[in-house]
Design a protein around this ligand. Structure first.
Ligand SMILES: [Zn+2]
Length: 358
């Protein structure tokens, strides 16, 4: 599967948390040739089933990457202009942004600011507060009143830019980069024997509530799951201990939110296959779908694999596509070895007391 064109299509699709249907339909269409069954569940998760080759009943391994992107919400209509609140955006990156307001129809708009000529010396030294910003649709107050209402969602626009080498910049690489990775892994599995059924889920509302991770896990009851998300890449000003080199390979998370044997198996496979990778120490709950998966129903043994991006939660997130192909190799190798015996090995069991008493 060609990564770049698929990623471009996916990042350009609109999918704010709670309004993912455009992105969901595209993912369902891309997943259909790669799976036996594809459906969209009650909350909007896209779920694909790729049956394994092992004897029935086959255990289920779930891959999950989130469909939604951060967004703005119209909070008031101020004549011809829209006031808004944000969910996940750094307000400093919004001045000069191009947006689409998802009103009665998609409406292009911009977030501007006063010309420097009209600012006071003090204003020029500070960033405007979110409350001072407005979206300008270029329409009259009357047109705005007809097409927009308070509560409408707004997504940032921006071109999909090919940077030098294998690097790209776009909005919504969080987490369409990993949705693309998941699709590429399903494609690779067409040529690789995998004993267990693979359930691929593009989940809704990760950025907001983790709704999709919880409901999909409850609905599917996987025997094992791997969440796929972005993490922080190194860039000027970022602390080294919290970031990973861009292009340094997938980050394999380790900590109580993850099952230690899944983490170790991923690390061992990366070593064995000489896949560049990084260890992502997560001492608490991860801010990803891995948490929702781990704590739903009876609890599922969970892993987390992330790809570093720069400028997370802006319209110019930057990724290295080499990290995508490496992650696909790692996931494919993991799924190829994940058989019933491996899953049995993950179970927590009481020690054999009778043996101990002898
Ligand atoms: Zn994410």
């Amino acid at each position: 599967m060609e990564i770049k064109p698929i990623l471009q299509q996916l990042t350009q699709a609109r999918g704010p948390s709670g309004g993912e249907s455009e992105a969901a339909k595209l993912v369902a269409r891309l997943m259909t040739p790669l799976c036996q069954e594809v459906s969209i569940d009650a909350v909007g998760n896209v779920v694909g089933l790729k049956p394994g080759s092992g004897p029935e009943p086959r255990p289920k391994v779930m891959l999950m990457a989130h469909l939604d992107e951060i967004h703005l919400t119209v909070s008031a209509i101020d004549g011809a202009f829209l006031r808004f609140v944000e969910n996940g955006y750094d307000p400093r990156t919004l001045v000069g942004a191009q947006v689409t307001v998802l009103g009665k129809k998609p409406l292009p708009g911009v977030i501007g600011d006063l010309p420097p000529h009209l600012m006071t010396a003090a204003d020029r030294k500070r960033m405007p507060e979110l409350e001072e910003m407005v979206i300008d649709l270029g329409m009259t107050a009357g047109q705005v009143a007809q097409l927009v209402q308070v509560g409408d969602q707004v997504v940032l626009d921006g071109p999909f830019q090919e940077l030098l080498g294998d690097r790209v910049a776009s909005k919504a690489l969080d987490d369409r980069l990993l949705v693309t990775t998941m699709l590429a892994a399903l494609d690779a599995l067409q040529r690789v024997n995998h004993p267990c059924d693979v359930i691929a889920v593009a989940s809704v509302q990760e950025e907001f509530s983790g709704l999709g991770a919880r409901t999909a896990t409850w609905g599917q009851r996987p025997d094992l799951a791997i969440a796929l998300d972005v993490t922080f890449a190194r860039q000027p000003g970022a602390p080294e201990e919290d970031t990973f080199p861009l292009g340094g390979g997938p980050a394999i998370a380790m900590g109580p939110n993850l099952h230690p044997r899944i983490t170790q198996t991923l690390l061992d496979l990366a070593e064995k296959l000489e896949i560049p990778h990084q260890v992502d120490v997560q001492p608490s709950r991860t801010g990803t779908d891995a948490w929702g998966i781990q704590v739903t129903a009876g609890g599922a043994p969970t892993g987390l694999v992330s790809i570093p991006i720069r400028n997370m939660h802006t319209a110019v997130e930057v990724a290295d596509l080499k990290d995508v192909t490496r992650t696909v190799r790692l996931l494919t190798a993991f799924l190829a070895q994940a058989d019933a015996a491996f899953l049995d090995h993950l179970a927590y069991r009481l020690p054999d007391f009778q043996e101990a008493e002898k």
